[in-house]
Design a protein around this ligand. Structure first.
Ligand code: NAP
Length: 277
């Protein structure tokens, strides 16, 4: 039986690559969603009834409800949810306005949570489902200059880890995708950058601002290969909880494991001394 995939943020980037790979190379049915549904016209034209294209801003509860209802009406089930919609906010923590912070949490965290809550009852009733939450290496390893973005993806990691324990019993898998730098529009127009404060002039946070210009369109990560890996994982009976993608992601995780271990060992005695006995 063809699987039904529901994907957020399909106008471009990773979500677009995944929709195209699924439609071109598998027999899956795809609910491709985007804030501007006209960006999906070429998918509709090429793949007809195998794709349902819907307008969906993940900040809008009415859009989420309507899109999930339409998906069910059209395909009768949702097997795989890919919470992909998201964007970066650059700037030191102090440089980011509260409005920008709330906006990025609305999309990267609360939108993802609301989508998940809308689809879970369907997956439970099927006794089957797979939720892919697109986090980031920034959800495991923080960097100066992207602390707010880090905190959105750390939230995705914690939620996903707990969710996987809660829903395994209903036949639902959760996989957290942790890409390193991938060649999408992430560092292009999609990125919001906070106005600089002069006090941060020669700090690590300020140096991070140059990263965008140095790296946009030069990232090593290939979105099509990322899409192919996600498709392979969805076919596995026991998929992993975490899937870092690319060399940068793998190297950063190993470095963090080493530094965590070093610090834990150094302060182990102090830590253990905090108990009553
Ligand atoms: P991208 O090319 O900028 O694509 C981002 C997608 O998210 C676009 O389709 C965008 O739609 C959509 N989006 C943004 N806000 C939305 C909203 N409110 N409602 C619905 N859709 C919305 O970047 P990408 O790299 O493919 O990003 C996909 C995911 O990967 C994100 O969660 C990102 O944090 C994560 N990620 C990316 C990288 C990387 O280096 N590329 C690394 C780690 C993690 P519009 O066209 O309407 O803006």
């Amino acid at each position: 039986m063809s699987k039904v995939w529901f994907i957020t943020g399909c106008s471009k980037g990773l979500g677009r690559a995944l929709s195209e790979e699924l439609l071109a190379k598998t027999n899956s049915l795809v609910v491709a969603t985007a804030r501007d549904v006209s960006t999906l016209n070429t998918l509709k034209k090429e793949y007809g009834d195998r794709v349902l294209t819907l307008m969906l801003d993940v900040k809008n509860s009415d859009h989420i409800k309507a899109a999930v209802d339409e998906a069910l009406q059209k395909f009768s089930r949702i097997d795989v949810l890919v919470n992909n919609a998201g964007y970066g906010l650059g700037g030191a923590v102090e440089e980011c306005s509260m409005q920008s912070i709330l906006n990025v949490f609305d999309v990267n965290v609360f939108g993802l949570m609301e989508m998940t809550k809308a689809v879970l009852p369907i997956m439970r009733s099927q006794n089957y489902g797979h939720i892919f939450n697109i986090s980031s290496i920034a959800g495991l390893v923080a960097s100066a200059g992207v602390g707010i973005y880090n905190s959105t993806k750390y939230a995705v990691e914690g939620l996903s880890e707990a969710l996987s324990m809660e829903v395994k019993t209903f036949g639902i898998n959760v996989t957290i995708i942790e890409p390193g730098p991938f060649r999408t529009d992430f560092l292009g127009d999609s990125l919001e950058v906070a106005p600089a404060l002069s006090a941060y002039g020669d700090t690590a946070a300020a140096q991070a601002r140059n990263y965008r210009h140095q790296s946009h369109n030069k990232q090593n990560g290939d979105p099509v290969k990322a899409a192919q890996i996600i498709i392979q994982l969805a076919a596995q009976e026991n998929p992993p909880l975490r899937m870092p993608l690319g060399n940068v992601a793998m190297d950063k995780i190993y470095l963090k494991m080493e530094s965590l271990k070093e610090e834990l060992t150094k302060f182990e005695e102090t830590s253990r001394s905090a108990d009553y006995c």
